[in-house]
Design a protein. Structure first.
Ligand code: ATP
Length: 673
């Protein structure tokens, strides 16, 4: 009997008393490999359910492809294909004979005849209500799929292929890159999309969990006269690659890059829009890349082909590898840097392994460390206590902030291009902040805010990017969402947070993006430096927008005034003319005499020189003139003239005239010889 079980029963209790107590099964010490850990907790890496797994797999492969092409300054071309494999096709692919269902009631999607009848009646009722609502112009809700509709065949199998024109991979490194969790080439201090050395392996773990099929990698590097091919899966317990094939093949085309292929379970129906949304936003923030996205299935009407063409040839500068900032290191890291350094003495070590420590600064720091330290002492001979002293000094001393030179922001131009493409707004403003620092890591925030546009929902629509990755999940907890919704006083910028269609785009780049979790879904709101920079960037955009909005409001008010005045012209003309006509009769019949100018006007009325029409025209002219003068006054006050500009050509100063005049509605500028 199991000890764990025995303790449940009184009998067991008795027995356990008479024997040496054994540990309950739960507390037996075990170890887990990183691969096992992530297989057990795949949700923390963004692999929550089959649909999300499909989304995250696409994402991981696309981001690796972009990192790879950009690392060699190549304009990226990325082809992603998702091929649906229905269950029967999948079974024949793996050599599993098709089984007809024998006992229907065993299945989750089983529906008795009675239940079916009830469901159909309910669906018919819903359809009827919806048709009525549609006729009344009311909003029609999407029907919720019933269990029977959802059931069979919803999750399916997908072959995901991603091909790029990047750097490719060294032949011998491929197995570890794809078959050993927590191995990668992006751990250094550099702005990259990838960071954890996990994404591709998670896709493989999911494929192992859901289809049992290996991953296939084809790669070729520049200058290699062969193509590497590797088919492998992962030994989860030992966290090592399990290689099926690893060979060099003849190179058939002049291509460098990688092509990754994996077969996983997924759910296209529920994640279709997320995947397409992701691709679209990736195209927005990466306008210098070309993406070809295809979804292929046996049902041609489900197929999708979208090409996101390259819109600019200018790539942001390649991010540079940088060194640690002294304020960003901990004891462990200092020890690692000491173990890895090629520098001999402490002075060289401080000067060369960190940013913002010059030689003279290093000398002063060593002086401050105490009598046990000297410039020439061997860095590898430092004791643990001495390392603690260095660490303490790094914590207390003042260092210049790291510069943002190693970062590669998307750029205001790209952001603006993206916003215009995505939202077609009425107005847009962008802002790019200067580099700032958190925990010794430089970061930079760029923002764009737009108002209006087609197909934009009312309220605040948020678009988030981190190291040029679009973030689509966990929006509520993100620093950008919280800042935009809670810390911006939209009213003070003449923007209505509820009724206006507002677009907020924020892109953050850093050598370390403080994602919450390895799924890279959101940046928390707890880093005050980042939160403050996000707020400032959005506010800067809003300030730009405010002046545009005010101008529009004034222009609209002016037009309104003009329209109001013009509206009354016929009535006013009629009334004045009737009075004048009455007066002219009195004047003509000499019942009442008018003199001078009055008599002149009344004579003109009698002689039809002043008529209802001429009066109307004069009034209209006057309104026009007042409007023009007010516009001029406004333009002079605001100092901005948005009238279409005209080219002015300067005449040669020959002959009689010794000057030339530039005429404008508000000034004349005379240029003398
Ligand atoms: N398409 C590719 N081209 C070149 N190298 C690649 C490609 N895909 C993956 N790699 C290499 O494999 C390594 C592991 O990739 P993986 O997706 O597991 O992690 P990562 O990209 O480093 O980090 P993250 O888990 O944050 O995405 C990468 O660091 C990279 O060196």
């Amino acid at each position: 009997m199991e000890i764990g079980e025995s303790s449940e029963s009184p009998e067991g209790k008795k027995k356990s008393k008479s024997k040496t107590p054994r540990k309950p099964k739960d507390s037996v010490l075990k170890q887990k490999s990183p691969a096992e850990f992530f297989a057990d907790n795949k949700n923390i890496a963004g692999f929550d359910n089959p649909g999300k797994c499909l989304y995250t797999t696409v994402r991981e492969l696309v981001e690796n492809a972009l990192d790879s092409a950009e690392s060699i300054s190549k304009l990226p071309i990325v082809e992603i294909t998702i091929e649906e494999i229905v269950r029967s096709k999948f079974n024949s692919m793996i050599g599993l004979a098709e089984h007809e269902r024998v006992d229907e009631e065993l299945y989750d999607d089983f529906e008795s005849a009675k239940a079916r009848e009830k469901r159909l009646a309910k669906e018919a009722r819903i359809q009827e209500i919806q048709a009525k609502n549609a006729n009344l112009g009311k909003k029609v809700k999407e029907p919720v799929a019933s269990k029977a509709m959802r059931g069979r065949g919803e999750t399916s199998y997908y072959r995901v292929t991603c091909k790029d024109n990047g750097k490719g991979m060294p032949h011998d490194d491929i197995p570890n890159m794809f078959g050993r969790v927590l191995s990668g080439t992006k751990y250094g201090l550099k702005q990259t999309r990838g960071k954890f050395g996990l994404g591709a392996k998670m896709a493989l773990i999911w494929s192992k969990m859901s289809t049992g099929l290996p991953i296939e990698i084809t790669s070729s590097m520049k200058g290699q006269n062969y193509t590497s091919f590797c088919r492998l899966d992962i030994d989860i317990h030992r966290n090592i690659p399990h290689i099926h094939v690893h060979e060099k093949q003849d190179k058939k085309e002049r291509w460098h890059g990688a092509e990754i292929q994996i077969v996983i379970e997924g759910n296209w129906t529920t994640y279709r829009s997320k995947i397409l949304h992701y691709m679209r936003q990736m195209a927005v923030i990466t306008p210098y890349a070309e993406f070809l996205f295809r979804f292929l299935s046996d049902a041609p009407d489900k197929n999708v082909t979208v090409k996101f063409a390259r819109r600019t040839d200018i790539m942001p500068p390649v991010p540079l590898e940088t060194k640690y900032h002294p304020s960003a290191v901990d004891l462990l890291l200092i020890k690692r840097l000491i173990a890895e350094t090629s520098k001999q003495n402490l002075l060289q070590f401080l000067q060369h392994e960190f940013v913002n420590i010059s030689k003279s600064h290093a000398e002063r720091l060593i002086g401050e460390m105490g009598p046990d330290f000297s410039h020439k002492m061997l860095v590898k001979s430092l004791t643990s206590q001495q390392i603690v002293r260095i660490h303490q000094l790094f914590r207390q001393a003042k260092f210049d902030d790291p510069s943002g030179d190693c970062l590669s922001p998307a750029g205001e131009y790209n952001l603006r291009l993206g916003i215009i493409k995505e939202l077609h707004p009425d107005m847009v403003a962008t802002y790019s902040g200067s580099a700032q620092v958190f925990e010794g890591h430089p970061f930079l925030v760029e923002a764009g805010v737009s108002v209006g546009g087609k197909d934009v929902k009312q309220g605040v629509n948020i678009f988030r990017f981190a190291n040029r990755i679009p973030l689509l999940f966990e929006q509520g907890a993100d620093v950008v969402t919280r800042t935009a919704l809670k810390r911006i006083n939209w009213n003070s910028y003449k923007i209505n947070q509820v009724q206006d269609k507002i677009g907020v785009f924020v892109s953050i780049v850093s050598t370390k993006i403080p994602f919450k979790g390895t799924g890279k879904e959101y940046i928390g709101d707890d880093i005050s430096e980042i939160a403050a920079a996000v707020k400032t960037s959005i506010q800067q955009c809003c300030t730009q927008l405010k002046s545009k909005i005010l101008k529009r409001i004034q222009a609209r008010e002016q037009q309104e005034r003009k329209r109001n005045l013009s509206k009354y012209i016929p009535n006013v003309t009629g009334a004045i003319y009737d009075v004048l006509k009455e007066m002219s009769h009195l004047h003509a019949s000499k019942r009442k005499r008018y003199a001078n100018e009055d008599a002149e006007v009344l004579n003109k009325v009698s002689n039809h020189i002043i008529t209802r029409e001429t009066l109307g025209e004069k009034l209209a002219q006057h309104v026009e003139q007042v409007d023009y003068e007010m516009a001029l006054e406004y333009a002079t006050q605001s100092g901005v003239n948005e009238e279409p500009r005209e080219n002015i050509y300067i005449q040669t100063l020959e002959g009689e005239s010794k000057f030339v005049d530039f005429q404008s509605p508000v000034f004349v500028f005379r240029l003398f010889q």
